[in-house]
Design a protein around this ligand. Structure first.
Ligand code: SAH
Length: 428
């Protein structure tokens, strides 16, 4: 979501006459787009921000813009006191405070209304920033902003505001604009993407949006993330199964395997319901790949309860598990009401145990690709000079070629597989 938001800000600034530089010391404007989903992300953001202070001291004309979840949608006076060298604070997805500041600084404030009308965040007229123009093969399109689901551990609803689906014409317009600029693959984004339209009675469902996108010429692949188990309808699974451009890859987090922990997280489903859903997905979409998210060491999680997560992962054999150690976030229900009582070393132990388990599972799944021929959409050349692309199931594939494979969808025979990627050669 932040990648998508950053692209929009860069695009807005280019329309104002700015262009990108690689070196912070040369910049007139520096935008730090932040994530605070875990303490580690917040620490990183603070570290980066602090490293910008000397630049501001040296060049008082420099504009520093702090953006995203560290700022949040509500006024945040504490942050302003703590970082007085920041000129502009912007909520997630919102380039307007920065545009306002820059126009004012340049004595162009009279252009504000017209400027905002020309490139509101929601325009279907997104121009890919210069640095990515012509290079970008895969791009994100946010379809649901914010989140109204109150998972007890999660700070996102507090910082990104309530759930809001974007109008279908904006989504389609934006997808069309990206395709005209060379994009071949679009990933629809939402904190709970499968709730698309649920907040707007007149909007289609996510399945409806996927069907409409499917008919855009030049668009080769469509993905969506992240889904919540409770909103994965049969209609959605049918579209993934039946529409060839909709990729057979589902990101649907479980978060924990134990029913009591799930209840404490307020996830709204049980271990068995999740298992049933995975079985249904696998039956309905042959060859599907499935990714999950897991938090270890949630307040009160016992060894026995953790074992339910281990068993679940071992049984379901999902393609990917994004693992996280529980991190109490200010203002969330779990941080206010539940003691962070699983020691850090124990969180690490559980984390490593699942990591190792999942590495074995992924290795096994990838081994089934050996000597198979699969379509790969190539995105770019890696630093080692190999072309990098993805299978329909979102597996990373590298292949050697003298040709320019950028943006090409080609059949590849897989020669080697590992836990995180595969090597293959082009079929002549
Ligand atoms: N809304 C999306 C993405 C949320 S952030 C979703 O529900 O999947 C991505 C992941 O970060 C979450 O799925 C969760 O596993 C993890 N996460 C969120 N809050 C966390 C916290 N307080 N501590 C540790 N991990 C957290």
């Amino acid at each position: 979501m932040n990648v998508a938001d950053s692209m929009r800000v860069a695009s807005s600034l280019e329309k104002l006459g700015y262009h990108t530089t690689e070196k912070p010391a040369e910049a007139d404007v520096i935008i730090l787009n932040t994530c605070v989903v875990r303490q580690s992300a917040e620490d990183k953001a603070i570290g980066r921000l602090s490293s910008l202070k000397p630049l501001k001291t040296k060049n008082p004309e420099l504009v520093i813009n702090l953006m995203g979840c560290m700022v949040g949608v509500k006024d945040n006076p504490k942050l302003k006191t703590r970082f007085p060298f920041v000129d502009v604070f912007s909520p997630p997805s919102d380039p307007v405070p920065l545009i306002h500041h820059l126009l004012e600084k340049e004595g162009r404030i009279h252009e504000l209304d017209e400027t905002l009308a020309r490139f509101a965040y929601m325009d279907g007229d997104l121009v890919i920033p210069d640095t990515d123009q012509g290079n970008l093969i895969s791009s994100f399109v946010p379809v649901v902003l914010g989140c109204s689901h109150a998972c007890t551990y999660c700070i996102i609803p507090y910082r990104r505001g309530i759930e809001k689906s974007r109008p279908p014409h904006e989504i389609l317009g934006e997808a069309q604009a990206l395709i005209h600029q060379g994009v071949k693959e679009i990933t629809l984004l939402g904190q709970i993407v499968d709730r698309y339209g649920a907040d707007q009675p007149d909007y289609p469902t996510l399945a409806g949006i996927l069907r409409r996108l499917h008919s855009i010429d030049g668009l080769e692949r469509i993905r969506f993330l992240t889904s919540h188990p409770n909103y994965m309808t049969d209609e959605l699974l049918d579209v993934v199964a039946e529409y060839p451009k909709v990729m057979p890859h589902i990101e649907v987090p479980i978060q924990a395997g134990n029913d009591q922990v799930l209840e404490n997280m307020r996830r709204g489903y049980t271990n068995q319901q999740y298992r049933d859903l995975i079985e249904k997905i696998k039956n309905r979409i042959p060859g599907v790949s499935i990714a999950t998210d897991i938090i270890v060491g949630f307040p009160g999680e016992t060894e026995q309860q953790f074992q339910d997560t281990v068993d679940l992962l071992a049984d379901l054999k999902l393609d990917v598990a994004h693992l996280a150690r529980y991190s109490p976030r200010e203002g969330t229900v779990s941080a206010r009401r539940m003691e962070d009582d699983v020691p850090d070393e124990e969180k690490w132990r559980r984390f490593r145990l699942l990591e190792e388990l999942q590495e074995g599972i992924a290795t096994g799944i990838h081994a089934t690709y050996q000597n198979q021929s699969v379509p790969v959409l190539f995105e770019e050349k890696s630093k080692k000079g190999r072309w990098r692309g993805r299978t329909e199931t979102n597996k990373l594939v590298f292949a050697e070629s003298e040709q320019d494979l950028h943006g090409q969808l080609l059949n590849v025979t897989i020669d080697w597989t590992g836990p995180w990627s595969m090597l293959g050669h082009l079929i002549p």
